[in-house]
Design a protein. Structure first.
Length: 160
């Protein structure tokens, strides 16, 4: 699908993120000469058309005081992983939870759960709580701690 001039301007205005204001769409609209409602409408259309996948907040966990960030990985019974994953995903300490294929024999894990805490001890306590929830459906788990902050970026247009 071809982008028109407004689409390109909208993407350029939002590709570094929305402004941290009470009415971010109004601020973007003001730079483009349209209403905030028009910005929201077009972004919704772009979502529906599959031009963009999502609009979301990407918090900087370190700046929020969560310096121990661990991807907990779980070897969960395939018959139960979807139901148990939904329960785990609903926990307030979980920011991401998703199923991935195993890569046997080296990687037996099929459930990935991102945990954040002010210390590794806090993250490990969260993981132990999840282990109790998973019960005998879980055969093994581990925690992979972040060692660097990776820059997350949104949609970028190729410059002509």
């Amino acid at each position: 699908m071809a982008l028109d001039d407004f689409d390109r301007a909208l993407i350029a205005a939002t590709q570094s993120g929305l402004p941290l204001l009470a009415r971010p769409y109004d601020a973007v609209g003001a730079t483009l000469g349209v209403s905030g409602e028009r910005v929201q409408q077009r972004l919704a259309e772009m979502l529906d058309q599959g031009l963009i996948r999502r609009i979301g907040a990407v918090p900087n966990h370190y700046r929020l005081g969560y310096v121990a960030n661990g991807m907990s990985v779980w070897d969960v019974d395939d018959e139960r992983v979807s139901d148990l994953g939904r329960l785990v995903a609903a926990l307030p300490e979980v920011s991401h939870c998703y199923r991935r294929p195993r890569h046997l024999p080296l990687w037996p894990y099929n459930l990935f759960v991102m945990l954040h805490g002010a210390s590794r001890a806090r993250v490990e306590a969260q993981a132990e709580h999840i282990a109790r929830m998973l019960g005998d459906a879980c055969r093994a788990h581990d925690i992979l701690y972040s060692t660097a902050i990776l820059k997350k970026t949104g949609l970028r247009l190729k410059e002509a």
